[in-house]
Structures are given as structure tokens and as C-alpha cells.
Design a protein around this ligand. Structure first.
Ligand code: SF4
Ligand code: SF4
Length: 163
């Protein structure tokens, strides 16, 4: 990436101002949900044309997905491990009874920000940050938490407010 391109895109990774987050929260509460559901796929695509997860990885560094049983079966098989050994080595149970990674950053995140199990990663990772699905406006507390650190959510948020 050239330095000019970096200069043009690095602001995308800035943390949003509290006032902007408040504005967005109010927007989500009163928005016509059928209208934004139609707008989200294009805005999601536009955000990820500008934002490269390999330049970010904030989700993988600071949070864990849930590892549901189908995820555990798929990933342990890919790694050639027994499911119980995989659980013992990598996972712990959170207060809601879901398996999550024992460590942060995620143990499958490489130094280059690439995921070593990308094609087999948990469904939560595949869906994150929910910018192309109805979770985006149905689970407002989750979206607001994600908006604090995920540049893609921030970008979609700004585009929706500007419409
Ligand atoms: S926080 Fe958002 S932009 Fe950053 S790596 Fe995760 S999904 Fe991609
Ligand atoms: S499994 Fe892969 S995509 Fe999911 S949090 Fe870990 S490194 Fe990130």
C-alpha cells in the first residue's frame, strides 16, 4: 500500500467520538428496520472495500467468539485433534455456558493478523461484525459495543447516518 493510500484510509481505524456513538444509538432506535435491512449489504461491501481486517484484527486480539459444538468438531478435525483435547488445550467456559478461547489474543491469530484456521473458523467469526444482517439493528447493545472498536461497524454507522 502506498503512503498516500495509507494517509487516505488510516482515519477509518480511528475510535469514534462518544457523541457520534450516541447519535448512532439514537438513530438505531428510531430507524425504519425494513429500509436499513435493504441498505446494509451494499454498505457492508463498501466498508470492506476500504477496510482490511489484516490491518486491524482488533476483534481477534481483544475478544473471543463462541466455539459451538459444530465449530469444535470442525476445527478439531481440521487440526487432527480429539475434540476433548482441543477443548482442554484452547477453550474455557464463560459465565453463559459457552466455550470461548482461554487466551486473548485468540490462539489462532498469527503475527501477520491472519487466522490460521480461517476456512474452518467459528461461525461467530464468519458473521462478525454483523454489518450485513438484522442482528445489526436487533441487538443494539452488541452493535454499539462493536462500533467502539470495529472500523467496519463505524463506517457503516457513518454511512447510515449520512443517508
Ligand atoms: S474489528 Fe472489524 S475491521 Fe477489525 S478485524 Fe475485526 S471485523 Fe475486521
Ligand atoms: S478463530 Fe480466527 S477469526 Fe476467529 S477470533 Fe480466532 S483468529 Fe480471529
Amino acid at each position: 500500500m502506498s503512503s498516500i493510500m495509507q494517509a487516505n484510509t488510516e482515519h477509518l481505524y480511528d475510535t469514534p467520538a462518544p457523541e457520534q456513538l450516541k447519535k448512532f444509538q439514537n438513530f438505531l432506535k428510531r430507524v425504519d428496520k425494513r429500509v436499513i435491512l435493504k441498505q446494509l449489504p451494499d454498505l457492508h461491501e463498501a466498508a470492506f472495500e476500504k477496510i482490511d481486517c489484516l490491518d486491524c484484527a482488533r476483534c481477534c486480539k481483544s475478544y473471543s467468539p463462541r466455539f459451538k459444538m459444530p465449530d469444535i468438531k470442525r476445527i478439531s478435525k481440521y487440526m487432527g485433534m480429539k475434540e476433548t483435547a482441543f477443548i482442554d488445550m484452547y477453550l474455557s467456559m464463560d459465565e453463559e455456558g459457552d466455550y470461548v478461547s482461554k487466551t486473548r489474543p485468540c490462539p489462532f491469530l498469527g503475527n501477520d493478523n491472519a487466522c490460521s484456521i480461517y476456512d474452518h473458523r467459528p461461525t461467530d467469526c464468519q458473521r462478525f461484525p454483523y454489518t450485513d444482517e438484522d442482528v445489526f439493528f436487533k441487538r443494539i447493545p452488541i452493535t454499539m459495543k462493536n462500533a467502539e472498536f470495529c472500523p467496519a461497524v463505524h463506517d457503516v454507522m457513518n454511512a447510515l447516518i449520512a443517508k
